[in-house]
Design a protein around this ligand. Structure first.
Ligand SMILES: C[S@@+](CC[C@H](N)C(=O)[O-])C[C@H]1O[C@@H](n2cnc3c(N)ncnc32)[C@H](O)[C@@H]1O
Length: 250
């Protein structure tokens, strides 16, 4: 007969936290804001990834960046999350050589296209990650170092059951606040009205931000933001576009 007390018969809690479980090598399913599409690389994208990665690519495994060493100057930094094919990011970088740009995108063909476009346009003030922005913000961007964060046309995840995949949520907003300098700006744009309303609600309740909209909701599209591919498509379909800009107050 066993000497077990009733307490010994309780199932033992295996892991106290997700971090502890991960440290023990357990796979934890994360809700991600993207589904990895293994789109084919064109020859130009593959060549750009091969030849330009050493000068323009940044690796998650290298950990925290030192922007002054990376860019060789102290210029302000704009960080763009989910740049797609990178056309508008490259256009912005070309138009503002006095700003350093860092792009983050998970879609490999998009990263290749962005590098090829940057080379074609002679842009040198741009570096890119091919990785999940959530992990880059946590592991690679030192706190209080970014002047502007841009998030243009994030995947809207239309169905209510998929809203949990939307990248804009309180934890994400808090990590953006961490990355920004005081007075730095978080600029979002979407062509999905329900997402715009949720962004506005989440930003209103988030600590440490001030809405730059005179009407305390949306701002007109600033001239500095070129029309993106998704915006063009949305406009052709008759969609509206909502821009939101908040600055970090503490
Ligand atoms: C709808 S597209 C918009 C692309 C571009 N900003 C534009 O307006 O044309 C959203 C992009 O965000 C990227 N994305 C989604 N979640 C991401 C994440 N966690 N980290 C990096 N990129 C992400 C997707 O791969 C996709 O290219």
């Amino acid at each position: 007969m066993s000497n077990d007390t009733p307490n010994d018969k309780q199932p033992k809690q295996q892991h106290k936290t997700i971090e502890q479980a991960q440290a023990e090598g357990k796979y934890i399913r994360k809700v991600r804001s993207f589904v990895k599409r293994e789109g084919r690389l064109t020859k130009a994208q593959a060549r750009a990834l091969d030849t330009l990665w050493d000068t323009m690519g940044l690796n998650h495994s290298d950990g925290m960046i030192d922007a002054k060493t990376l860019f060789g100057n102290d210029n302000p930094i704009t960080l763009e999350i989910g740049f797609g094919m990178g056309k508008s990011l490259v256009a912005m970088a070309k138009a503002a050589p006095e700003i350093n740009f860092i792009g983050i995108e998970v879609h490999r063909p998009g990263v290749g296209a962005c590098l090829a476009e940057a080379e074609a346009e002679g842009v040198t003030n741009l570096k890119v990650y091919e990785h999940d922005a959530i992990e880059i913000l946590a592991d690679c961007i030192p706190k209080g170092t970014i002047d502007t964060v841009q998030l243009f046309f994030p995947d809207p995840w239309h169905k209510a059951k998929h809203h949990k995949r939307r990248i804009v949520k309180p934890e994400f907003i808090e990590s953006i606040r961490g990355a920004l300098k005081v007075d730095g700006v978080f600029h979002m744009a979407t062509d999905w009205e329900n997402y715009a309303e949720c962004m506005l609600e989440d930003m209103k309740t988030a600590p440490g931000f001030n809405n730059l909209s005179e009407t305390q909701d949306y701002v007109p599209r600033p001239d500095s933001r070129p029309l993106t591919k998704f915006e063009n498509r949305g406009q052709n379909l008759g969609h509206g576009v909502w821009d939101l800009q908040f600055n970090k107050i503490d």
